[in-house]
Design a protein around this ligand. Structure first.
Ligand code: THU
Length: 157
């Protein structure tokens, strides 16, 4: 039997159309993006995680000469969050990038490994959180749940 999977998301021409609080979060993601350690890919990524208590955790990609030892910005931020604020729920994650690796008008979509970690953060806290993805020309997608980015994930469905 055929089934259809629907995906709901909001699309904006610019992240400047979002709320003041979310714009502030995106600005923070850009500031941490500038501090990424990405000498090999020359592609910088920044992630800003807003927690329910108002705390903001920032992360960026950390590369290594032994390539697979590096880690994406999302996982740096979410693992720091899990380590330091295990009982505080994530409300929003915002991810931005800077570099030539993907076209300017393409929204930075997290890699599969990061999606799995994003999903488990949501399952762990038993509450959905917003995911804001931004392109270098400001185009923005907002999902209301990390689950939407990884249907039929390992260990779920
Ligand atoms: N990267 C991230 O930090 N997040 C993503 O969602 C995709 C890729 C990093 C990994 C590597 O340091 C660089 O971007 C190029 O792939």
């Amino acid at each position: 039997m055929k089934h259809t999977h629907n995906l709901e998301y909001e699309l904006f021409d610019s992240w400047e159309e979002l709320s003041i609080n979310e714009k502030e979060l995106i600005t923070k993601a850009y500031s941490i993006c500038e501090k990424a350690y990405a000498p090999y890919s020359k592609f910088s990524v920044g992630a800003a995680v807003l927690l329910e208590n108002g705390e903001v955790v920032l992360g960026n990609n950390q590369e290594n000469i032994a390539y697979p030892s590096g880690l994406c910005a999302e996982r740096v931020a979410l693992f720091y969050t899990g380590a330091n604020f295990p009982d505080i729920a994530v409300q929003t994650i915002c991810i931005v990038a800077n570099g030539d690796l993907i076209p300017f008008d393409t929204i930075l979509a997290p890699c599969g490994g990061c999606r799995q970690v994003m999903l488990e953060t949501e399952i762990r806290q038993n509450k959905p959180y917003r995911v804001i993805l931004v392109s270098q020309n400001k185009k923005t997608i907002v999902f209301n749940s990390a689950k939407d980015l990884l249907p039929f994930a390992f260990g779920t469905n």
